[in-house]
Design a protein around this ligand. Structure first.
Ligand code: GDP
Length: 198
């Protein structure tokens, strides 16, 4: 799939404030600093960095919607698991993101981003387990692969899959990405294109 145009639409803090569900949505989520903005910017490949909108004050903890090719929405979800958010605020935050993930009628797929440099992290495993139990459609994207030798990335991916097999029959579709060299970009866009056409 080629990206012809991409533009910021709106931001929301609750499900009721999300745009009308007229377009299929592909949402991106991960721990803060996982490389989400870099991946989004690399995917849409626009002159103006799209995902920077999500980093402007007030929007970092909102759900940010971008319209792509007038055909689908790219949804930038807030990063999870940052210690800076106090317990109470974290609960509220989780409530709102989980409400979107569990109840958004036009959510086509979630891209769960995982830093390929690390062995399986509890917070990522818990989150993917919750998505599986809640029947949220998702795939995995292991980011920052250019920072590691391919063998080391594979070991971490395999280890993550092995942990997942404790509670599911088969691990989900998995992509490896590196934003600086565009690794994974074509495959991810192809997957979205096929899902839209299906
Ligand atoms: P976010 O907080 O998840 O949106 O993460 P960012 O996209 O802002 O990335 C966090 C840091 O990691 C930045 O310094 C990026 O330049 C760097 N980074 C993100 N993705 C990659 C990648 O694929 N490869 C490398 N080498 N660095 C990356």
């Amino acid at each position: 799939m080629q990206i012809h145009n991409a533009s910021y639409q709106t931001s929301a803090l609750e499900l009721e404030k999300c745009p009308d569900p007229e377009f299929p949505e592909f949402a991106f989520i991960g721990r803060s600093n996982v490389g989400k903005s870099s991946l989004i910017n690399s995917l849409v490949n626009q002159r103006k960095a799209l995902a920077d909108v999500s980093k402007t004050p007030g929007r970092t903890q909102m759900i940010n919607f971008f319209r792509i090719n007038n055909a689908w929405h790219l949804v930038d979800l807030p990063g999870y698991g940052f210690a800076k958010v106090s317990g109470k605020k974290q609960d509220k935050f989780n409530e709102f993101v989980s409400d979107y993930l569990a109840n958004r009628s036009n959510l086509a797929c979630v891209f769960a981003l995982i830093d390929s440099r690390h062995t399986p992290q509890k917070i990522d495993l818990e989150f993917t387990k919750w998505m599986m139990e809640t029947e949220v459609p998702f795939v995995l994207v292991f980011t920052k692969a250019d920072k590691m030798k391919p063998g080391a990335v594979k070991r971490n991916v395999d280890a993550f899959h092995k942990e997942m097999l404790e509670w599911c029959d088969a691990p989900p579709r998995t992509y490896i990405s590196a934003s600086p060299n565009g690794q994974g970009r074509k495959e991810i866009l192809e997957f979205i294109g096929q899902a839209i056409d299906a």
